[in-house]
Unconditional design. Structure first.
Length: 68
C-alpha cells in the first residue's frame, strides 16, 4: 500500500518509526495502527488493520521495517 504514485510517504513531523503503535478495541477486538502521541494520548494517521499483511503494508507505506 503506497501513495498514489507508488512513493513512500514521509513520517509525520514530530514522530519517529518508534512511535508506531497498534491499539486494539476491548469491545470488538478491532486493531488500529498509527503514530502514537503521548502528549494527547491518541493515534495520528491511523488505519484499521485486520491482518499481519496490512500491518506490514502500513510500515512499508512509511518506508520503515517492522520491529518488535
Amino acid at each position: 500500500m503506497r501513495s498514489a504514485k507508488g512513493r513512500t510517504l514521509p513520517i509525520p513531523e514530530g514522530f519517529t518509526e518508534k512511535d508506531i503503535k497498534i491499539e486494539s478495541s476491548t469491545c470488538t477486538g478491532e486493531k488500529t495502527i498509527g503514530f502514537y502521541s503521548p502528549a494527547d494520548k491518541k493515534l495520528h494517521c491511523s488505519e484499521l488493520v485486520r491482518t499481519q499483511e496490512e500491518i506490514a503494508a502500513f510500515y512499508r507505506k512509511y518506508g520503515v521495517e517492522p520491529w518488535t
